[in-house]
Write a protein that binds this ligand. Structure first.
Ligand code: SAM
Length: 263
């Protein structure tokens, strides 16, 4: 298995990132102009985008050249650019998980950018694990959540994106029914991004027990509030019953690491 090469960061370089794409803002133009002004009052090492404004950070994602290349190569819209930090969390979790037994799974794939960024970081067409990618693709079953292009024919476009990626399996259909007959026995990396509590809990019901000790479960929406809050509330209760606490991240994600079964 070939892991991305470690290249030491330059002690003198400072990574700044400024993307105008964030969400849930009443006046985005004014907001961006205020952040531009605020940026002049803080030290460098700024990350702005995806509802984050931080400064005096290393922004390690941009030091990792293999990640930078994988992320940039797969950007298809403004959101993909803004969520760079979220993607780097996936990439580093994948770096850990690829060295464990078990397959990779993403539930809620949309255009495949998350799956492809991770696969490209870890070998591209030679990505060494089976990567199961579940979505309805041609439509979005969550009311009010359809993304650009989700219409008949969309699945074919996503499939084209993965031409030559022999280990990526796109499974088209409604979760959890689509797991039947098309799901792995052992999972090292489980990324859940379905934008609705019922389907995410159904995913946990079907797949959580198959995650291997040391394997990771990542919730894309866990720490997002407002319309996303029901997901966190449902997941907290489900995981509390199994003695797990989700670690929330400023990116809006959350994660748990699977323990070995109790003796
Ligand atoms: C936010 S998008 C996923 C984005 C993707 N993870 C990425 O990194 O770019 C959510 C996706 O979940 C899919 N989805 C929601 N509920 C589903 C269900 N019950 N079964 C299958 N797919 C579902 C939608 O079709 C949509 O494409």
């Amino acid at each position: 298995m070939s892991l991305p090469k470690y290249v030491p960061g330059n002690p003198r370089s400072l990574n700044n990132f400024f993307s105008p794409t964030s969400w849930m803002i009443s006046d985005p133009e004014r907001f961006v102009s205020l952040i531009r002004e605020a940026s002049r009052l803080v030290e460098g090492g700024i990350y702005f985008g995806d509802n984050l404004f931080t400064w005096a950070r290393n922004n390690s994602l941009f030091d990792d050249l293999a990640f930078r290349e994988a992320w940039e190569r797969n950007i298809v819209n403004d959101a993909d650019r803004a969520v760079a930090w979220r993607r780097y969390f996936l990439a580093t979790m994948a770096y850990h998980a690829v060295q464990l037994p078990g397959d990779f799974v993403e539930c809620g794939v949309y255009a495949g950018t998350g799956v492809k960024t991770v696969a490209d970081y870890l070998g591209g067409k030679d990505f060494p694990k089976t990567f199961w990618a579940y979505d309805t693709y041609d439509y979005n079953p969550v009311e009010g959540h359809a993304f650009d292009g989700q219409q008949p024919g969309f699945y074919d476009l996503v499939q084209k994106r993965f031409e030559g990626y022999a280990n990526v399996r796109l499974v088209r259909g409604l979760i959890p029914d689509s797991f039947a007959g098309h799901s792995p026995e052992a999972i090292a990396y489980l990324h859940i991004d379905l934008n609705n509590a019922d389907a995410e809990i159904a995913t946990l019901e079907h797949l959580f027990d198959r995650v291997v000790p040391g394997g990771v479960v990542i919730f894309d929406d866990y720490e997002w509030a407002n319309m996303y809050r029901p997901q966190k509330l449902a997941e907290d209760a489900w995981l509390d019953a199994r003695r797990y606490r989700v670690s929330p991240l400023p990116t809006g994600q959350g994660f748990v690491i699977k323990r070995p079964p109790a003796a």
